[in-house]
Design a protein around this ligand. Structure first.
Ligand SMILES: [Zn+2]
Length: 110
């Protein structure tokens, strides 16, 4: 499957890691309707849909640590910023939020 096919596939039937929650309903919702019908097959927020496409494309969640000036910047490979620490600080300050982010993505509590 090429990228366009993968994206089309997700748009037809996204695999959401968590259902739409009440507090997210203020977001714009995207709905998938059945073929030639008005029956809603799925409902998702835009970020959820983006996340589903991202997951389908196989973007990883590796911890990336970069030096910037005198500080260390932690980001997840998916783009989530984890923080900026001074090199004397234990790397746990970046690893713990990263672990929470990746396990949250898996356990559907992000
Ligand atoms: Zn990530």
């Amino acid at each position: 499957m090429n990228r366009a096919e993968t994206i089309a596939d997700v748009l037809r039937r996204p695999v959401l890691t968590r259902p739409v929650l009440a507090h997210e309903v203020s977001e714009r919702l995207v709905q998938g309707l059945g073929a030639r019908s008005t029956v809603v097959e799925w409902t998702a927020t835009v970020p959820q849909l983006a996340d589903a496409i991202d997951t389908a494309l196989g973007a990883g969640h590796a911890l990336v640590i970069e030096r910037q000036g005198g500080d260390l910047i932690g980001t997840c490979q998916c783009g989530r910023r984890l923080g900026r620490i001074n090199p004397a600080t234990r790397l746990d300050a970046l690893a713990v939020p990263w672990e929470r982010h990746t396990s949250g993505a898996l356990a559907a509590t992000a």
